[in-house]
Design a protein around this ligand. Sequence first.
Ligand SMILES: [Zn+2]
Length: 491
Amino acid sequence: MAVHNGKVLHIGETSDLEELKGSKSRVIDCHGNTVLPGFNDAHCHFLAFAETLTCCSFSPKQVRSISDIQKNIQKFAQELPPETWIRVRAYDEFYLREKRHPTRWDLDKATSVHPVKLTHRSGNAHVLNSLAMAIVGISNETPEPPGAIIDRELSTGEPNGVLFGMGPHLSKIVPSMNDDDQNHGVKQAGQQLLSLGITSIQDASSQNDINRWKLFQQWKTNGDLRCRVKMMLGFEAFKSYRQRDFFHTLGRDQLGICGVKILLSETTGRLYPPQSELNEMVSEIHGSGFQVAIHAIEEPAVEAACTAFDYALQRFPGSDHRHRIEHCSVCPPHLSTKLASLGIMVATQPSFIYYNGDRYLRTVPGRQLEHLYPIATLMKNGIKVCGGSDCPVVPPDPMFGIYSAVSRMSETGETVLPEERIPPLEAIRMYTEHAAKASFEETIKGTIIKGKLADMVVLSSDPTKVPAEEIKAIKVEMTILNGDVVWEKMG
Ligand SMILES: [Zn+2]
């Protein structure tokens, strides 16, 4: 293959390539390794990922109990002046010895002079200590914001510090981390993505707005983030975007907008936004020619999303809209058929099976478990399924996503719905071709053909030719982005 000006110039025999070689050409011999299109993470949260690499992470590997959490927070508290925010991510109550969320009182024992914000691995729950609760202004009298839950003591009604679905509200009040820490995290996150062969990401954060866009622009310009970025907009930002034309300064293949994200929350047991409001939101976005991406996890949410897409498409008929459901975790066959008939894409996260499979098998009720991440069924129905990590919820490594989709195995070797296994080539397509389709970029990326962007990953072996169990051990040897080697394995 010959590459020129960031694009694939020619693919052929070594002899044809000799003629194209110039004095400044770099010749790379891949030594029989496998070359694939660069991976495209179709659903991630870049800034949150960067933050996990700066502030300490309390992932199941790092903490095992609430007292571990307390000890770690105490350590931070000793190094930080009083009143400085302590933010920690990625705890998961399922993996804590106590099998519960810590409360404000647990955190108060670690420090009462620093406000503490603990974020759940899913990003959908937070725990604040008492000082943080006071700063954020949550008291006995505070009413629940729509779609959210302020967990309370049954006897007294006093909030216990555990908050569900309040991330957007908290992010307005809790100061974001200082620039030095943030830049450090962004640099590390950017490098990590390259080391995993990821050359494109689609950022699905519903808080994405003009400010987030400016940050992406800054990271792209200073080279801290080299992956190509497509950013979804939150609904509020979409409304202001239509009024002002902010978004076109870098090359579109480097940074662009893809669609509008709607978070359909199931936190309170009732869907928020409610169906009629959702219908209007989807219609408004679809009607103005934008792609819609609805976060929907459980069956009622997936069904409501279908209803809203149906409503919008009847009002403004159109094909090739590529509207998406993000996660679509529980999808029984009738909804799968419905999605196919509406032409909806699904952005799934296969590596959840690897990282959370044990938890699913223990906690997801039987009827839902039967239809959990039914990737083969979705594909059989003709739905285009793209793959993402939802990182930092789980690590962003696409090889684990491919492995999970092929094997349906959890980290401890338990199998989740083996009938939903898919062949390795289909799994690879989820992170390349279909991911490109999901952002309307299949003409420039997702496969290696003449004229497309020269974004590639070199793998130590071919995932379609090794036993499933070996896929997760495949290493990235080299990552090429826009024709440049941006990452290479040492030694
Ligand atoms: Zn997400």
